[in-house]
Design a protein around this ligand. Structure first.
Ligand code: DUC
Ligand code: ZN
Ligand code: ZN
Length: 471
C-alpha cells in the first residue's frame, strides 16, 4: 500500500513513455507498475506524468545596482515555478566585493529558508576571484555542495578579464566544479553603446543593436578556447543565435567538454519586441538580446541535435511600472541603464511544451531531458531529481497535454507585473505539481504551505568531477 498512487497516466521520462501507475511513499517514488494501490489515488486518465521541471538558471532576490530591485523574493519566484510545473530552481548567489562568500551565502540562505514552495540550490557568481576565494574558500564550498559557478565576460561590475577567467577555470578544474559562462564581449558592447548614445540612439530597442551576434560569438569562442587551454568543461549559458551555437558544436565535435544552454526568450522573442512605443521595449531587455526568426530556428536546431542539453528560463524579473524596475528614471536616458532581465520561471514549461511538442519540434522524451533530466545530471542532482524512477524524489508534474490556455501574467503569480509571453495561445498545461510527494500546485492554485521547499546540497557535476579525468 503506497501513500499515493498516480493512476492511469502516461509516464514520460527522458528514455521512454510508458502507461503505468506511479506509487509514492514517504516523498519518494516507491513503485512503478499496473494496478498499484494507495491510500490516496490521483486519477491521471488522459494526462502525462513527467518529472517536475528543473530550472537551472534563475535569479531571485539578487541585489542590483543603486535604486533597482528584483521583482521576486523566494516566495513569489517559487510560487510561480510550482504553478508552471517546476519543482526545483537553481538561483545564483552573487559574490559581494570584499565580503567572504560564506557570509553572502548565509544571507541568501536566510532569505530562502521557510519561504520556498519548491526545492532550491544555489550556484555562485564569481566577480572578484581573489586568492583567498579561489585557493581557500572555493574548495570548501564545492565540498559543501556549491558545485557550480557563473562568470561574466561583460558588465562593468561583474566582468572578468581573460587572466581572471583562466584562474577561475583552474580553480574549477582543481575542485571539480562546473563553470557557467555569460559570453559577450564587453569592450565591443561598450564601444557600440557609446557610439549609439552619441548619435542619440538611446531607446530600449538599441539595447539589441549594442549587443550584436558577433559580440556573443567572439566571447563564446574565447571562453571555449580558454577552457581548452585549462582543460576544463564549461557550460555556455543563454545562447541566443546560430553563430554562438556553432562555436559550441564545433568544440563538441572536436572532443571538448563544452555544454550549452538556451532559454525561452531565444525561441519565442525577437529584437523586434524591443521596438515598442515609448519605453514598452524595456519589457524585453535581457542579455544576450532576443535576435530574429533565423536565430530562433538555430536554437531549435541546437536543442534537437543535442548541442544544447539544458533549457532554462534565465528568470531575472523586474517590474515594468516601477521606478525601481524597468522604468527607472535613468533607463529613460539610455537603454544602458534599463535593468537587464525578464521574468520566465512560470512560463518556461508551458511555452516550451506548446512550441516543442505541439509544434512538432521535439519528442516528449526530449522535452523531459532538456527541462528536467539533463539539468539534474549536469548540476549534480541526479538521480535524486530529474527522473521518475524508484528511489527518486517524487517530484512530478501532471500535464493535460491538450488543454488550451491563453497565457496571462495573472496565471503566473510571480512578483513582476507583466509577462513577455502575454496572450500566447498555449496547448498543454501543468495541472498538478507534486514536490517530494506533496501536492504543491493544482489547477492554478497553490495548496501547500510556504516552506515546503528545501535547500539541496549538490554533488559535483559528472561532467566536471575529477573522477572523470585521467590525471
Ligand atoms: N545574464 C543573466 O544570466 N541573467 C540576466 C542578465 C544577464 O546578463
Ligand atoms: Zn548571463
Ligand atoms: Zn541569468
Amino acid at each position: 500500500m503506497f501513500d499515493t498512487v498516480i493512476a492511469n497516466g502516461l509516464v514520460v521520462t527522458s528514455g521512454d513513455s510508458v502507461r503505468c501507475d506511479v506509487g509514492i511513499t514517504d516523498g519518494k517514488i516507491a513503485g512503478l507498475g499496473i494496478g498499484l494501490v494507495g491510500r490516496e489515488t490521483i486519477d491521471a486518465t488522459g494526462k502525462w506524468i513527467m518529472p517536475g521541471g528543473i530550472d537551472a538558471h534563475v535569479h531571485i532576490a539578487q541585489p542590483q545596482g543603486e535604486g533597482i530591485v528584483m521583482a521576486d523574493d523566494f516566495e513569489s519566484a517559487t510560487r510561480s515555478a510550482a504553478l508552471g510545473g517546476t519543482t526545483t530552481v537553481l538561483p545564483f548567489c552573487l559574490q559581494e566585493r570584499g565580503v567572504p562568500m560564506r557570509e553572502t551565502l548565509t544571507a541568501y540562505h536566510a532569505r530562502a529558508r521557510d519561504n520556498c514552495y519548491v526545492d532550491v540550490s544555489f550556484h555562485l557568481i564569481i566577480c572578484e576571484p581573489t586568492e583567498q576565494l579561489l585557493g581557500q574558500d572555493l574548495p570548501a564550498l564545492v565540498e559543501d555542495g556549491y558545485t557550480s559557478f557563473k562568470i561574466f565576460m561583460t558588465y562593468d561590475d561583474l566582468k572578468l578579464n581573460d587572466r581572471e577567467i583562466l584562474d577561475v577555470m583552474t580553480a574549477a578544474r582543481e575542485t571539480g566544479a562546473l563553470v557557467m559562462v555569460h559570453a559577450e564581449n564587453h569592450d565591443a558592447i561598450r564601444y557600440l553603446t557609446e557610439k549609439l548614445e552619441k548619435s542619440g540612439h538611446t531607446a530600449p530597442r538599441y539595447h539589441a543593436t549594442s549587443r550584436p551576434v558577433v559580440a556573443e560569438r567572439e566571447a563564446t569562442h574565447r571562453a571555449i578556447s580558454l577552457a581548452e587551454l585549462v582543460d576544463v568543461p564549461v557550460m555556455i549559458v543563454h545562447v541566443s543565435n546560430r553563430e554562438a551555437m556553432e562555436q559550441i558544436r564545433w568544440a563538441q565535435q572536436k572532443g571538448l567538454k563544452i555544454l550549452g544552454e538556451t532559454c525561452t526568450q531565444y525561441l519565442t522573442l525577437t529584437a523586434g519586441d524591443l521596438d515598442g512605443l515609448g519605453m514598452e521595449g524595456a519589457k524585453y531587455v535581457c542579455s544576450p538580446p532576443p535576435r530574429d526568426a533565423a536565430s530562433q530556428e538555430a536554437c531549435w536546431e541546437g536543442l534537437r541535435t543535442g548541442v544544447f542539453s539544458v533549457f532554462s528560463s534565465d528568470h531575472c524579473p523586474f517590474r515594468y511600472e516601477d521606478e525601481h524596475g524597468k522604468l527607472t528614471p535613468r533607463g529613460r536616458t539610455s537603454f544602458r541603464w534599463v535593468p537587464n532581465g525578464i521574468p520566465g520561471v512560470g512560463a518556461r514549461l508551458p511555452v516550451f511544451f506548446t512550441e516543442a511538442i505541439h509544434g512538432g519540434r521535439l519528442t516528449p522524451e526530449q522535452f523531459v531531458a532538456l527541462t528536467a533530466t539533463n539539468p539534474a545530471k549536469t548540476y549534480g542532482l541526479y538521480p535524486r531529481k530529474g527522473t521518475i524512477a524508484v528511489g527518486s524524489d517524487a517530484d512530478i508534474v501532471i500535464w493535460d497535454p491538450d488543454r488550451e490556455v491563453s497565457l496571462t501574467h495573472a496565471m503566473l503569480r510571480d512578483g513582476a507585473d507583466y509577462t513577455p509571453y502575454e496572450g500566447r495561445e498555449l496547448r498543454g498545461w501543468p495541472v498538478m505539481t507534486i514536490v517530494r510527494g506533496r501536492k504543491v500546485a493544482q489547477d492554478g492554485e497553490i495548496i501547500a504551505p510556504k516552506g515546503h521547499g528545501v535547500y539541496l546540497e549538490r554533488n559535483r557535476s559528472p561532467f566536471a568531477s575529477r573522477a572523470e579525468r585521467s590525471d
